[in-house]
Design a protein around this ligand. Structure first.
Ligand SMILES: C[S@@+](CC[C@H](N)C(=O)[O-])C[C@H]1O[C@@H](n2cnc3c(N)ncnc32)[C@H](O)[C@@H]1O
Length: 267
């Protein structure tokens, strides 16, 4: 039976509330810093971080002096982002909302950012239209998205057979990791595109330690475990195998390259 859109989003919110994403997001904080830097965030600029979670792009944009709004579906993560920002004395407006229906006027931001966030909204064309609508002409949309060829792509492929098929309106998040796809999605709004591929390194004392941490805390895995029950160990083993193959450490520790695409879409 097809899951209705509202129900799909309720489940997405429950998924991102599961586990403990706030303790993992610092591991990709450098990506938010790079996205904010590539966006040229500066004092006085208005910036929106779409699907901001705990604020990985919003916080460095605010540190740069921009007027920042962070929007996310999941209140728990917004509260954790707010606490972090307040501890640094940063003013950010945190808004609960949907990337597919941004509650902002046309052309209200100089920069629209997203780090591994907008890629999880189900209707990609709709998200691209919304991000383009709220960004002013002459502004830029700057995003980071995991690639199909990287670790996230391999993990998505390994997980798919274990999960119920997605509803027909929901496109796979990893499509956003492809330059041509980004061009296609933002095509009508864009005047120019720039792309960079980067790697975020995950390091840990051992693969086993990383696996325990990730499986206990990463929302998608915590949700899969609850859904799969006895079948979860099989999925866990497949994912650990992917990490084992990709591990570049030779001393028994873990050094895992996670490739992502940084896209700059100029309007
Ligand atoms: C991997 S987290 C990324 C969070 C943050 N940008 C970061 O870099 O850590 C994915 C985020 O997308 C949010 N999300 C998923 N679907 C969404 C939607 N339709 N609208 C807004 N946020 C959404 C989740 O709540 C979650 O915070």
């Amino acid at each position: 039976m097809t899951v209705q859109l509202d129900e799909f989003k309720t489940r997405q919110r429950a998924t991102w509330e599961a586990g403990d994403y706030a303790t993992l997001s610092p591991r990709i904080a450098e990506v938010g810093e790079l996205v904010a830097a590539r966006a040229g965030t500066a004092p006085g600029m208005s910036v929106l971080d779409v699907a901001c979670g705990t604020g990985n792009a919003a916080i460095p944009a605010a540190r740069a002096g921009a007027r920042v709004t962070g929007l996310d579906l999941t209140p728990k993560l917004l509260e954790q982002g707010r606490a972090q920002a307040e501890s640094e004395g940063l003013q950010i407006e945190w808004v609960e909302g949907d990337a597919e229906e941004l509650p902002f006027e046309d052309a209200s931001f100089d920069r629209v950012l997203s780090t591994f966030g907008h890629m999880f909204a189900p209707r990609h064309g709709r998200v691209a239209d919304e991000m383009g609508r709220v960004c002013r002409p002459g502004g830029a949309i700057v995003t980071a998205t995991w690639t199909q060829e990287g670790i996230f792509g391999s993990m998505s492929a390994a997980s798919a057979p274990f999960m119920p098929p997605p509803p027909e309106y929901a496109s796979p998040p990893v499509l956003w990791g492809d330059e041509e796809y980004v061009r296609e999605m933002f095509g009508s709004a864009a005047t120019a595109f720039e792309f960079e591929r980067h790697v975020n390194w995950q390091e840990e004392e051992s693969l086993e330690e990383f696996a325990d941490l990730f499986m206990e805390r990463f929302p998608l895995m915590v949700t899969a475990r609850a859904m799969l029950g006895d079948r979860f160990p099989e999925l866990r083993e497949r994912i650990v195998e992917i990490w084992r193959d990709a591990n570049e450490a030779t001393d028994g520790s873990l050094r895992l390259p996670q490739e992502y695409l940084l896209s700059i879409v100029r309007l």
